[in-house]
Design a protein around this ligand. Structure first.
Ligand code: MG
Length: 116
């Protein structure tokens, strides 16, 4: 399965239907995806926090599997939001890698700032 295949299947599970290109940022379908992405990212952070706080930073197999589920939830929101913005998920990935490879080539991969 490539990223665009995943995206198409993810969009097919959107409770609002396939509304890509038909919804504005302020609409419920769009905003619930933005909030969902933040929420699921928070769930990832929360699980890591508990591993640190409760288990001294030692992750067991159950926790690793739970993290995989939460990362999948994050991916779903990224895929659907990308579609709402009329981007294929492959393009989002390509753009990100191009940016990072350029930074790496210029020796600024660990520098600060969003646009370097
Ligand atoms: Mg979740």
């Amino acid at each position: 399965m490539n990223l665009n295949d995943y995206q198409a299947r993810a969009v097919s599970t959107d409770s609002f239907g396939d509304v890509a290109g038909q919804v504005s940022v302020a609409e419920m379908a769009f905003m619930t995806k933005v909030l969902g992405l933040v929420g699921e990212s928070g769930e990832v952070a929360e699980k890591f926090k508990k591993i640190l706080r409760n288990d001294g930073g030692i992750m067991n197999e159950d926790q690793r599997q739970e993290l995989a589920k939460e990362l999948g939830d994050v991916l779903w929101y990224i895929a659907v939001l990308s579609k709402y913005l009329n981007f294929d998920l492959e393009e989002i990935g390509e753009r990100n890698l191009n940016k990072l490879m350029d930074r790496k080539d210029r020796g600024v991969i660990t520098s600060k700032g969003d646009n370097r």
